[in-house]
Design a protein around this ligand. Structure first.
Ligand SMILES: [Fe+2]
Length: 244
C-alpha cells in the first residue's frame, strides 16, 4: 500500500507538474492532499484542475479556507501583506472551484492493511493554523494529539519537511510542493523559498512501514516567466526567490 501526501502547492503549478511527473513512476494507491492548494502562486486554477484528475482525498488548509472568506483572513492567521494575493486568487476561481475547496475535510483517519493507523491534517488535529515543527515542545504535542490513537501523524502547513519520533508515535510533515521554506517561519520574517518541491510517500509492505521524503527540482525559470505574465500582487517576492 503506497500513499502519497501532497501539501501546500499554493498555486505553483510548475512545481506541481514536476511532482506529478515524479509520481508517474511511484505506483501510488491513494493520494492525500493536506491542504493549501491555492493562493500566493500564479496558477491556482491549473492546480485544482490537475488535482481533480487524481484519486485524491482532501484536507482543508488555512489558505483554502481564507480564499473563500478573505475578509476574515486574520482568523486563518494569514499575514496582512498576503491579503491582496488572497483577493487575486479568489477572482481567478470559478464557483465550482470554490465549492470544491469548501468540501475539503478538516482531517482524515486511515488504516493501512497491516493495522497501522494514520491521522492526516493540515496544521494539527485541533486547528489548520497550528504549526508543528522539529522544535515544538512535547507538552504542546501532548495537547495537539490528546485523545488521538493513531500511530502516524502527518500534516503540512509549516512548509518544512519533517520526520520526528514522539514516544511510540511518528510525526511527519510532507513539506511543501509549491512553497518549500528555507527556514522555519517566524512572525515578522518574510520567508525565502527553495528551488524544489517536497512531498512524501508512506509505503507499507507486510509488517514494514517506510517513509520516503521526496524532493523534486522544478524549472524556476519557467515559473518566473509565468509570474511575469500575470498581475499577481506578490510577484516581486516570487521573482526575488529565484533571482540568479
Ligand atoms: Fe501553506
Amino acid at each position: 500500500m503506497r500513499i502519497a501526501f501532497l501539501s501546500d502547492i499554493h498555486g505553483n503549478y510548475t512545481a506541481f507538474q514536476s511532482v506529478l511527473k515524479d509520481l508517474e513512476m511511484q505506483k501510488i494507491d491513494q493520494f492525500i492532499c493536506l491542504g493549501d492548494t491555492v493562493t500566493m502562486g500564479p496558477q491556482p486554477v491549473e492546480v485544482l484542475k490537475a488535482l481533480r484528475q487524481l484519486d485524491c482525498l482532501y484536507i482543508k488548509g488555512n489558505h483554502d479556507a481564507a480564499v473563500l472568506d478573505p475578509e476574515r483572513s486574520e482568523q486563518y492567521e494569514i499575514t496582512h501583506y498576503l491579503a491582496p494575493d488572497l483577493y487575486w486568487c479568489q477572482k481567478q476561481l470559478t464557483l465550482d472551484d470554490r465549492a470544491f475547496l469548501d468540501a475539503f475535510n478538516p482531517m482524515l483517519n486511515l488504516t493501512l492493511p497491516n493495522g497501522v493507523k494514520i491521522l492526516a491534517f493540515h496544521g494539527s488535529p485541533l486547528s489548520s493554523t497550528d504549526i508543528i515543527q522539529a522544535t515544538t515542545p512535547p507538552e504542546l504535542l501532548d495537547k495537539y494529539f490528546a485523545g488521538q490513537n493513531a500511530d502516524i501523524y502527518i500534516g503540512g502547513h509549516s512548509h518544512i519537511q519533517m520526520i520526528r519520533r514522539y514516544g511510540e508515535k511518528l510525526i511527519l510533515n510532507s513539506g511543501s510542493i509549491g512553497n518549500a521554506f528555507k527556514f522555519a517561519y517566524s512572525p515578522g520574517n518574510i520567508p525565502s523559498l527553495l528551488p524544489w518541491a517536497e512531498y512524501m510517500i508512506i509505503d507499507q509492505i507486510g509488517d514494514s512501514v517506510s517513509i520516503d521524503a521526496r524532493r523534486v527540482y522544478f524549472d524556476t525559470d519557467e515559473l518566473q516567466r509565468i509570474i511575469k505574465e500575470t498581475d499577481l500582487p506578490g510577484s516581486a517576492w516570487w521573482l526575488r526567490q529565484y533571482a540568479k
